[in-house]
Design a binder for this molecule. Structure first.
Ligand code: 3PY
Ligand code: MG
Length: 252
């Protein structure tokens, strides 16, 4: 079993990327490129479901961490996603401590929480049932996405919730919630992100963030983020094809 909680606790910078396409092959190529964790976007991708996500996770583990970003914070989604054997879940739009507590309760087995017990891939279809039940609390990460003004305002209370293993900033939705959708260079957005960064630093909670490109990822790593998702599978396919064509000038 991978140990993402341990990986987050090490302080090493984990560079990952978004998976939006239903292609284990592309995910594998990006793993070969060197990404150490993968953010499987079940919130927004219409071609990723639990079945396709599990096929992708199968090729990525154990060499990389595979994390599912859930469509919502429901008990159903949390238990289904964790039963794929993913290394963690990213829960979008966490804005209050009460919501964060509910998420942890749904993600952890009793006696810590109320996660329901199944025999899926996570438990080796029953063959590693006991090991998974004993080990998952230590290894599987619960990551709260902060991407609304309300979440920034409540960040200290959210960080006080035991079992939230990392915070992950969604700059696009955060900018939208501030009325400046997509304006990632806006200093007001930088201020909001700084508030979250400072709070995480004070509590020694690992901070993650999505970065559209390498320059932003470098800046965030320099400022202390350790769980960075940079770009996406689709973006890298497009960039590779475009770069090759840009170098070719056919005659006539
Ligand atoms: C956002 O920027 O809103 C995201 O959710 C990126 O992960
Ligand atoms: Mg978002």
């Amino acid at each position: 079993m991978n140990n993402l909680r341990g990986g987050l606790g090490s302080g090493d910078v984990l560079l990952g990327t978004l998976i939006t396409l239903d292609s284990p092959e592309i995910a594998l190529l990006l793993q070969k490129a060197g990404f150490s964790w993968f953010f499987l976007d079940l919130e927004h991708s219409a071609v990723l479901d639990l079945k396709s996500a599990q096929r992708i996770i199968e090729v990525l583990q154990p060499a990389s961490y595979a994390v599912i970003r859930l469509p919502d914070d429901s008990e159903t989604w949390i238990k289904h996603a964790l039963d794929t054997g993913c290394d963690g879940v990213i829960v979008p739009h966490v804005s209050t401590a009460q919501q964060a507590r509910a998420v942890v309760e749904r993600a952890k087995y009793p006696p810590v929480g109320k996660r329901s017990v199944g025999i899926s891939r996570a438990q080796g279809y029953g063959t590693s049932f006991k090991e998974y039940l004993e080990g998952s609390g230590e290894s599987v990460a619960v990551i709260a996405q902060i991407e609304d003004v309300e979440g920034v305002e409540n960040i200290h209370d959210i960080l006080d919730v035991p079992g939230i293993d990392a915070i992950f900033i969604g700059p696009y939705d955060l900018s939208g919630s501030m009325g400046i959708l997509g304006d990632l260079a806006n200093p007001l957005l930088a201020e909001m992100i700084d508030r979250v960064r400072t709070a995480c630093k004070e509590r020694a909670v690992p901070l993650g963030i999505f970065c559209p490109g390498a320059a932003a990822a470098q800046k965030e790593a320099d400022r202390g983020a350790t769980l960075i998702a940079v770009g996406s599978d689709a973006g890298y396919v497009f960039a590779g094809g475009s770069a090759a064509l840009a170098e070719i000038q056919p005659k006539g």
